[in-house]
Write a protein that binds this ligand. Sequence first.
Ligand code: UDP
Length: 195
Amino acid sequence: MDKVNVLGVDFDNKTFNQFQNEFISRLNNHLSTFIVTANPEIVMAANENPVFMKILKDDTDYITADGIGIVKAAKMLKQPLPERVTGYDLFTWLMSVANERGSRVYLIGAKPQVIHAVQAKVAKEYPNINLVGAEDGYFKGDLELVARRIAKTQPDMVFAALGFPKQEKLLAILRRNEVPALMMGVGGSFDVFSG
Ligand code: UDP
């Protein structure tokens, strides 16, 4: 079974390693790729918000099980998922991939002091990353405008730490426009990464 449905959300039935291989291949082919790492809160929110559920169904390329709660639910439904694949683990791995490749990375989200700390850490520990954007998540203007600003910088990877469903709404706009980047909502990851 390719997908495992937990309360209406289709999770990809893959290991961390399988996701890694697919993401590298999509980066090599410059494909527009939208990843959601869904935890139980996201699944519950999607069940209460039809717009969010529609984004998960129609706009995403991959949905991973972010947390043991989803893995346990899948097991109870007799459709086990191999393992949890968290947003934070994928984010830190993708940042090292970006560093190896000298990728163009756009970071958006968190409070101004947090994104500044993230920027400093990237400069120090990921010196080969070409940071084409680093902005906090308390911007003015609508998401369409922000999406256009991001697309203009021609990023290879976009990470949005705006909380759900805002981060997914932003990335869905980029995905619908076929922006050839790998994109992922990372929730509170910048706060952890900067600390
Ligand atoms: N955030 C943001 N803009 C907003 C709301 C939240 O940048 O309008 C940031 C917040 O500073 C934090 C991140 O989004 O760094 C995740 O927020 P939260 O913990 O509420 O979301 P979750 O991790 O549960 O998705």
